[in-house]
Design a protein around this ligand. Structure first.
Ligand code: PLP
Length: 448
């Protein structure tokens, strides 16, 4: 859909920043010119989705819209049992409620923040087994989301299979910068899991973008269709959770899908308790229609080439024209600016990446999000601020929304701020630090 956007004057933007306490989550969308806060639920609905939504069946049980969604999921992924959820995190809650016993481990590649929180809420523990290259902003590797297979083997040898609830691979790895996982790595991980008798799941929010990277980067895959690669990827797993706000290009929704009918039966009770009856979960009929159409549209290779190309192009302009320090190679859904290298004079404990987010809005009305020291929060045991390996400002690209002119504009705004970097040698401190998940509601002030 098309929406008008308006650039406020500099004085208005200054006033907005002041009111928001230098936290861009606290801005109204109308105060933003180019919104790169997230790619979640912000994609444009297609005419195909819009027309399917008009036929949404809102029956409580066994709705036609559910059957269409179920049929699509079975065809696209090859797994049988489908539970609709209101978001990805709802699927995580239901799955972990059933699969995780206290003190059990869930090894994976940099679990997403809600995923980690849900595993811990079920009294399990996450183990991040991403390969070493995945933790460096400059290491060159085509699949920085890969799991370290020898370390996974060691986990099984040291703790035994019974200590591991399941293994979770996130495709693409959001927390690692939208980095993909190779098909070869997925196969190896699946073989280790099978040998240990432990289930393998995907966090599949960006499954199609991952399949596109397999097609374009992995030897021997170039001539296969993305749809075939998706079939291959999902033939390896026992099930998956999915936020359908990402690659399924829907405003709302999620999925929990499993192969085994026994596990499906065990998942029904918590689904009904937390979400709704099993044929709608947390979704309306019209959202299930939108999701079913989105799952097919995202497999269109012309779309994927455009989408991944757009992200790469923005990164290219930033690096070539502005010499801007970013995380490389770029992933599928966002470009990450390296706050510490962008503002070398700002001390690391003064939130350089958050400062960069603030300055991009001040300069040009561009909204981004900090993925760094603010997001990381405090150690629950010591109360000390955590110091993550990277302090990043994320420019997430909504699907089917912006075009090249918008990105040229964004690149200019970044370049303007970069030119002023010598005058920006002081960072931020909290004027109010929200408890718990602090980044959504905290407020900052400039240190003077
Ligand atoms: C967005 C996301 C989730 C959570 O999904 P919601 O729909 O926001 O609840 C889980 N995992 C990954 C990788 C995600 O990107």
């Amino acid at each position: 859909m098309i929406e008008p956007i308006r650039l406020l004057s500099r004085a208005e933007r200054e006033a907005c920043l002041e009111r928001a306490g230098l936290n861009l989550f606290r801005l109204d969308a109308e105060e933003v010119y180019i919104d790169l806060l997230t790619d979640s639920g912000t994609g444009a609905i297609s005419s195909g989705q819009q027309s399917a939504m008009m036929a949404g069946d809102e029956s409580y049980a066994g709705a036609r819209s559910f059957r269409r969604l179920e049929h699509t999921v079975r065809e696209v992924f090859g797994l049988e049992h489908v539970l609709p959820m209101h978001q990805g995190r709802a699927a995580e809650r239901v799955l972990n409620f059933v699969l995780v016993k206290p003190h059990q481990l869930v090894p994976g590649n940099a679990h997403f923040d809600t995923t980690k929180a849900h595993i811990e809420y079920a009294r399990g523990r996450c183990l991040d087994l991403t390969i070493a290259e995945g933790h460096s902003p400059t290491a060159r590797h085509p699949f920085k989301g890969n799991l370290d297979v020898p370390r996974l083997r060691t986990v099984f040898e040291e703790y035994g299979s019974a200590a591991v609830a399941y293994v979770l691979v996130t495709v693409t790895c959001n927390s690692g910068g939208g980095q993909p996982v190779s098909l070869a790595n997925l196969r190896e991980v699946a073989a280790v899991c099978r040998e240990a008798g432990v289930p393998l799941f995907y966090d599949a929010a960006r499954f199609a973008e991952n399949a596109w990277f397999i097609k374009t980067r992995e030897p021997g895959q170039a001539d296969r269709s993305v749809a075939e690669i998706v079939q291959d990827m999902f033939s390896l797993v026992d099930g998956f959770t999915m936020s359908s706000k990402k690659d399924a290009i829907s405003p709302m929704g999620g999925l929990l899908v499993v192969r085994d009918s026994g596990l499906f039966e065990r998942l029904k009770m918590p689904t009904i308790l937390f979400e709704g009856y099993v044929t709608y979960g947390g979704m309306s009929g019209l959202m299930m229609e939108s999701l079913a159409v989105g799952l097919r549209e995202v497999l269109d290779e012309a779309y994927l080439a455009h989408r991944i190309g757009q992200v790469a192009e923005l990164a290219d302009v930033l690096v070539r024209r502005g010499k801007v320090p970013i995380v490389e190679p770029v992933g599928g859904h966002a470009v990450f600016l390296d706050g510490r290298r962008f503002f070398p004079a700002v001390p690391e404990d003064q939130f350089p990446a958050q400062l960069l987010c603030v300055e991009l809005y001040r300069e040009g009305g561009v909204r981004t999000v900090e993925v760094g020291a603010n997001l990381a929060g405090r150690d629950p045991d010591t109360g000390e601020n955590l110091r993550p390996a990277m302090d990043l400002c994320r420019l997430a690209i909504p699907r089917r929304v912006y075009n090249r002119e918008h990105f040229e504009y964004v690149a200019e705004v970044v370049a303007e701020v970069r030119e002023r970097r010598a005058s920006l040698d002081r960072g931020l401190r909290f004027s109010y630090e929200a408890p718990g998940i602090r980044h959504f509601d905290s407020r900052f002030e400039v240190i003077i």
